[in-house]
Design a protein around this ligand. Structure first.
Ligand code: ADP
Length: 461
C-alpha cells in the first residue's frame, strides 16, 4: 500500500488501538453476559428448590402435591415471568408438568452428574432451564426441570452486542481521522525541511533549515542536514579557491615565458642572450610541467582512481632511495642527514605512494633548512606500527598556519621565503596518500627552530 507517511502512522496507530478496543469490547460483553445469566440462574435455582418441596410419590409416580391450587392461580393471575416446571423419571419419561406448559415439554437430557443449566427454546421464545435430580432416601428417583423466560436477558445481550459491533467501526474511523490530523501536525517540520532543502542550490548554499522549537528527532534531523550543508558549502568554497589558485599558479609561468619570448624577438640578440633567455623559458616550462604533474596526481587521488599496489617494503630503504636522489642538493647545501634505523622490519604498503610521501617530506626538510644544518630521520617500532620521524632545523611554521599547510596550493608565509620555490601542492598530496594508506600524519613546528613530521605506518595491509 502506497500510503503517505502521516497516513502510515495513523494506520498503525489505528490497528493497535483496534486490537485493544476489540479486547475491551469482548471483555465488557462477556462480563455483562455472565452477570445476566447469573441473575437468571439464581432465580431458577430458587424455583427448582421450592418445587422440590412440593412433590409427592404415588405408586412410583412423582407428582406435584398442590397442582389444584396452582391451576387455579394460573387462571386468576396473569404471570409476567412464568416459571415452567416439569418432572421426568430416570429414563426421561414425562411424569407431570406445570399447567402453564400445556401440551409442551421442556428439553430433557438424561444426565448422571448433578445439576445442568442450559439455554433452549419454548414456543419459539428463548428460555433458560435447569435440570436437577429428585432424590429420595439417598437415591435418585427422577428429574425436575425448571425453566424461565430469558427473552429479556437475551434482548439486553443482543442490544449490547449490536451497540458494540456498530460502534467499533465508527470509533476506528474517528480514531484514524484524529491520529492522521495529529500525525500531520507532528511531522509538519518535515515539509518545512523538504521545502528549504529543495530551495538550496549552489548559489544559495549559505541558507539553513530553521530548527524546530522542540529538541526531538526532527530537530536532530534538521541539525544534521544543516551540518551537511555547512560541510558542502566549505567543500565548494575550497574547490572554488583551489580552481582560482591553480589557474593563477598556471598563469604565472606562462606569463613569464610569454614575456621572455616577447623581449627576445623585439630585436636580434647575441647567441649568449638567446641561450640565457631560452634557459629561463625552459625553467618556467619545467615549473609548469611539475605543477601540472602534481595537479594531475592530486586529481587522481580525488577520484580514487589509483588502485593500491600493496607489497612488502622496508621504510629505511625507501628513505635511502630518496636521499640518494637528493644527494646533489644535500651536497650543495652541506646538509647532513642522520638516519637512525631503529626498525628495519618490512611493512606492507604501496611503494610508489610511500616513496612519494617520503620524497615530499624530505624535499621540504631540505628546502626549508639552512645550509650546514642537520636533518634527522628516526625509525622506531610501536606495537603494530612503525614510526618514521623527520626532524629538521629549518625555518619552522607559524602555529596559526600549521592547520592550513595541508590545503592544496597553500604556501605558509610565502613572502617570508620568496626565494624558496614551491607549488603548495606537496603536503596536500602527502596528506591524501597517507589517508589512502591509513598512515597517521602529524606535524609539530616552532618558528625559527625547526619542524618535525611524524608518520605512523600500520604494519599489515
Ligand atoms: P611547497 O611546494 O610550498 O613546499 P608544500 O605543500 O610542500 O608546498 O608545503 C606547504 C607549505 O608548508 C610550504 O609553503 C611551507 O611554507 C610549509 N612547509 C612545509 N614543510 C616545511 C618544513 N619542513 N619547514 C618549514 N615549512 C614547511
Amino acid at each position: 500500500m502506497n500510503l503517505a507517511f502521516k497516513d502510515r502512522i495513523a494506520w498503525h496507530y489505528m490497528l493497535a488501538t483496534a486490537a485493544l478496543i476489540a479486547v475491551a469490547y469482548a471483555v465488557v460483553f462477556l462480563v455483562v453476559q455472565q452477570q445476566v445469566y447469573a441473575d437468571l440462574d439464581r432465580s431458577l435455582r430458587y424455583e427448582a428448590a421450592k418445587h422440590q418441596q412440593e412433590l409427592t410419590i404415588v405408586g412410583g409416580k412423582i407428582l406435584f402435591s398442590h397442582k389444584g391450587e396452582w391451576q387455579e392461580r394460573e387462571h386468576r393471575e396473569v404471570q409476567v415471568d412464568p416459571v415452567f416446571i416439569q418432572i421426568n423419571d430416570l429414563q426421561g419419561r414425562l411424569m407431570d408438568r406445570s399447567p402453564n406448559l400445556k401440551a409442551d415439554q421442556l428439553l430433557f437430557a438424561v444426565r448422571t452428574d448433578g445439576m445442568s443449566l442450559l439455554n433452549s427454546e419454548l414456543r419459539g421464545k428463548a428460555i433458560r432451564q435447569v435440570q436437577e435430580p429428585i432424590v429420595r432416601e439417598g437415591r435418585p428417583v427422577g428429574y425436575l426441570v425448571a425453566a424461565i423466560s430469558s427473552e429479556a436477558a437475551q434482548h439486553v445481550l443482543d442490544s449490547l452486542g449490536m451497540v458494540l459491533l456498530l460502534s467499533f467501526p465508527v470509533v476506528l474511523v474517528v480514531l484514524f481521522g484524529m491520529a492522521r490530523r495529529l500525525a500531520g501536525r507532528s511531522i509538519a517540520p518535515i515539509t518545512e525541511i523538504t521545502a528549504t532543502t529543495n530551495r538550496i542550490t549552489q548559489s544559495n548554499l549559505a541558507e539553513r533549515i530553521a530548527l524546530p522549537p522542540r529538541p526531538d528527532e526532527l530537530h536532530t534531523l534538521a541539525s544534521a542536514i544543516n551540518g551537511l550543508l555547512h560541510r558542502v558549502e566549505r567543500a565548494v568554497e575550497r574547490e572554488k579557491q583551489f580552481t582560482a589558485d591553480a589557474s593563477h599558479e598556471l598563469r604565472t609561468p606562462l606569463a613569464v615565458l610569454k614575456g621572455t619570448l616577447e623581449v627576445l624577438i623585439r630585436k636580434p640578440r647575441t647567441s649568449a642572450e638567446y641561450v640565457e633567455n631560452i634557459a629561463l623559458g625552459i625553467g618556467e616550462i619545467d615549473r609548469l610541467t611539475h605543477l601540472v604533474d602534481q595537479l594531475l596526481l592530486l586529481a587522481r587521488f580525488e577520484n580514487h582512481a589509483k588502485s593500491l599496489n600493496r607489497q612488502e617494503l622496508t621504510v629505511v630503504s625507501c628513505v635511502h632511495d630518496v636521499l640518494y636522489r637528493l644527494r646533489n642538493t644535500l651536497n650543495t647545501k652541506h646538509i647532513r642527514v642522520d638516519v637512525q634505523d631503529g626498525d628495519t622490519e618490512p611493512i606492507v604498503s604501496d611503494p610508489f605512494l610511500v616513496d612519494l610521501i617520503l620524497e615530499n617530506l624530505l624535499t621540504n626538510a631540505v628546502k626549508y633548512s639552512p645550509a650546514g644544518s642537520t636533518i634527522t630521520v628516526v625509525l622506531s617500532s610501536g606495537a603494530d606500527r612503525l614510526t618514521c620521524t623527520i626532524i629538521d632545523q629549518g625555518i619552522g611554521i607559524r602555529p596559526d598556519e600549521l592547520g592550513r599547510i595541508f590545503d592544496p596550493l597553500y604556501r605558509s608565509d610565502a613572502l617570508a621565503h620568496k626565494e624558496i620555490g614551491g607549488t603548495g601542492l606537496g603536503l596536500s598530496i602527502v596528506a591524501k596518500a597517507c589517508a589512502l594508506l591509513h598512515i597517521k600524519l602529524d606535524v609539530q613546528s616552532e618558528l625559527g627552530q625547526g619542524t618535525t613530521f611524524t608518520l605512523e605506518f600500520p604494519r599489515g595491509a
